[in-house]
Design a protein around this ligand. Structure first.
Ligand SMILES: [Fe+2]
Length: 320
């Protein structure tokens, strides 16, 4: 197993090709992203730190506008790196068995083992300062003489992670761990593998999971918001706009995040996430294979992970 340090920093941009371009743009705007640009029929939406979504109308005659596995889905995942030398090192590594070229735009383009476009650029994401929520726990007051923040809707700070349904998560994860140096943060046997792109940081930047149906498909994309109240405000705003909840609100067991997922026009769902685990080299990965229900610690509107609360997707308990 080779491990190289390529200075990968996180997801910079996800490119989607969709059947319903206008619906996708409306969803991204309602989600709270900033409509940054429209060039050559491609719309760019940006979160606060500069992580981006690119949306194009799906076109089967163009390889760069045709999603993997479904009529709407992802074409390309672009990762950030610390400096230009990292791009050269990645081009050399990937060039051993596939095309990997740095274009005039300074972006290295290649493909992963799943057939999904893989790109790298020197990172443009930049954390934005804001007032962090403070909480008054008994005996530990942290917000004094100050009312709590209120939210009308969400303004996502950044892209957190992408989830892709595959046929064999254990096998597919090897490209990311062995070629790109990703770390496994947690796993669900060989059926779900949570990976991070660098030792210190987000619990996971990419999650590969065995899909219910064969094939490779976009599953969901998560955005970090400031706290649980912004998850709820964002979700209520989306709901009021007529979009459909996929799952939530709730709290994950793996990664500890508060979540709310919505069915999106992007071929999968989008997730608001707050308070995800942040990890270092001291993090101990766990295999959750022995636990049958790991999706949520608590949630509304669907069954609890232990199966005690029945809801709209209670049939999922019957799935392996
Ligand atoms: Fe997620």
């Amino acid at each position: 197993m080779s491990y190289q340090h390529f200075g990968i920093t996180g997801i910079e941009r996800v490119k989607f090709a969709v059947e319903k371009f206008d619906d996708a743009r409306r969803f991204a705007a309602d989600w709270g992203l900033h409509a940054a640009d429209i060039t050559d029929g491609a719309a760019i939406f940006r979160s606060a730190d500069g992580s981006e979504i690119e949306i194009v109308a799906a076109d089967p005659s163009r390889a760069d506008r045709w999603p993997v596995g479904a009529p709407s889905g992802i074409c390309e995942i672009m990762w950030g790196v610390g400096e230009a030398a990292n791009l050269q090192a990645l081009a050399a590594e990937l060039g051993r068995d596939r095309k990997a070229e740095i274009g005039a735009d300074g972006v290295l383009r290649s493909v992963d083992d799943l057939g999904i476009g893989l790109a790298f650029r020197v990172k443009q994401r930049q954390a934005v300062a804001y007032d962090v929520s403070r909480y008054n726990a008994p005996g530990y007051p942290a917000r004094i003489d100050q009312r709590a923040a209120r939210y009308e809707c969400a303004r996502p700070h950044e892209i957190s992670h992408i989830a892709i349904a595959v046929n064999d998560a254990g096998k597919s994860s090897k490209f990311y761990t062995e070629r790109l140096g990703f770390k496994v943060s947690d796993r669900y046997a060989e059926r779900g593998v949570f990976m991070r792109c660098r030792e210190k940081g987000n619990h996971h930047d990419i999650f590969l999971m065995n899909g219910r149906d064969p094939g490779i498909r976009f599953n969901h994309l998560a955005f970090k918001v400031r706290d649980i109240h912004e998850v709820i405000a964002g979700g209520q705003y989306l709901d009021a706009k007529g979009w459909t909840t996929f799952a939530g609100p709730g709290r994950h067991i793996i990664s500890s995040a508060n979540f709310w997922y919505f069915v999106s026009p992007f071929g999968g769902s989008w997730e608001y996430a707050a308070d995800e685990d942040m990890v270092t080299e001291a993090w101990q990965p766990q295999d959750f294979a022995a636990i049958s229900h790991i999706f949520s610690e608590w949630t509304f509107g669907l069954e609890k992970s232990d199966g005690t609360l029945r809801g709209p997707i209670s049939l999922s308990a019957a799935r392996p």
